[in-house]
Design a binder for this molecule. Structure first.
Ligand SMILES: [Ca+2]
Length: 339
């Protein structure tokens, strides 16, 4: 089976956790006036049992945000090379900052590592890539962003569900609506969780009664750890490694391996996982040309325009965070630099 399709377009389909939009006429706008739509939404919130006080603090008086609509519509599939993508995010200074934070939060990270069994370097790497280690968390009011996107027809069902999840978060008293800010598509706080992910994975690690991914570093890093753990992370292993695939090896790989057929887009854009010894037989080598390790582990091959990687099961957990190889590889390579 051919793997040429594996040469990846950079899949920059927007923020984490948000499924790609179905193709649609880009100029078609919301079909109904926002206020009329909002009144119906508020009625539904009442029906679902959210209190009047909560609804008044969150939904009442909302106006759509033009900036959100523009961002949503301009999400093109940008095709840049992997190296350019990586360099745009990771600099020596950015790595140094990560190492500083690793020292600064050494004890906290050790406790989180022990609790969730996820190596700390991956938590720091996701934190770094998502929000520049908490510096850029987004300052758009989450209810306004989600309401705008739920009103827009493109992905209204997805964002409407997220909007009700956001109401649930406020109802439970974890955060007040005014402090609930995020990026334009509703990804929130240090880990950039969508509300549905928040409800499933956010943790109250500092035990103050709130799962505060906006202000608590402990809650935030533990929430990232919990996310990876729940998606099957195994700290006996790492994520994978960069490899060298010669033209001859590439020919054998194309003839003798198959693509994955299940999972999100990026998961289907790599090979099935086969034992390392099979990759060795096919001619795949470490970057320095030496033999692959003899560990009894399965790996899938991810090929970008410039670099190739054998990835283990843990890599899937990073793709669950954001299903794009460039994203996951950048997280993984940063994590290696933070070891
Ligand atoms: Ca807390």
């Amino acid at each position: 089976m051919r793997l040429l399709g594996l040469v990846l377009a950079a899949v920059l389909l927007g923020p984490p956790h948000v499924p790609a939009a179905a193709p649609q006429d880009p100029v078609s706008g919301p079909s109904r006036p926002f206020d009329e739509w909002l009144q119906e939404l508020i009625a539904e919130a009442h029906d679902r049992g959210y209190s009047k006080a909560i609804i008044n603090r969150t939904l009442a008086g909302l106006a759509p945000l033009e900036r959100v609509i523009q961002n949503d519509r301009s999400q093109a599939e940008l095709v840049v090379g992997f190296d350019r993508y990586y360099r745009a995010r990771i600099s020596p200074q950015f790595v140094r900052r990560g190492r500083e934070l690793a020292r600064q939060h050494r004890r906290l990270l050790a406790r989180i590592e022990n609790t969730y069994d996820v190596q700390r370097r991956f938590l720091l790497a996701i934190w770094g890539i998502e929000t520049r280690y908490g510096r850029v968390k987004g300052n758009i009011p989450v209810f306004q962003a989600l309401a705008t996107l739920a009103w827009e027809p493109r992905r209204s069902d997805f964002f409407r569900a997220e909007l009700f999840d956001a109401l649930t978060i406020v109802s439970r008293g974890h955060i007040d609506a005014a402090s609930m800010t995020g990026s334009w598509a509703g990804a929130m706080g240090h880990p950039q969780f969508m509300p549905s992910s928040y409800l499933k994975f956010a943790e109250d690690f500092d035990r103050d009664g709130r799962r505060d991914i906006w202000r608590s570093t402990g809650d935030s890093l533990a929430s990232i750890a919990n996310y990876l753990k729940q998606w099957g992370w195994d700290d006996e292993f790492t994520w994978g490694r960069e490899v060298r695939v010669t033209a001859a090896a590439r020919g054998r790989v194309d003839r003798e391996t198959t693509r994955r057929t299940e999972g999100c887009y990026a998961m289907r854009n790599m090979t099935e996982r086969i034992p390392l010894e099979e990759w060795q037989r096919l001619g795949v080598r470490r970057v320095n040309g030496t033999s692959l390790p003899t560990a009894d582990v399965k790996a899938g091959l991810v090929i970008t325009d410039t670099r190739s990687f054998l990835v283990y099961d843990n890599y899937d957990a990073i793709l669950r965070y954001n299903c794009a190889h460039y994203y996951a590889l950048t997280v993984a390579l940063l994590a290696d630099q933070l070891r």
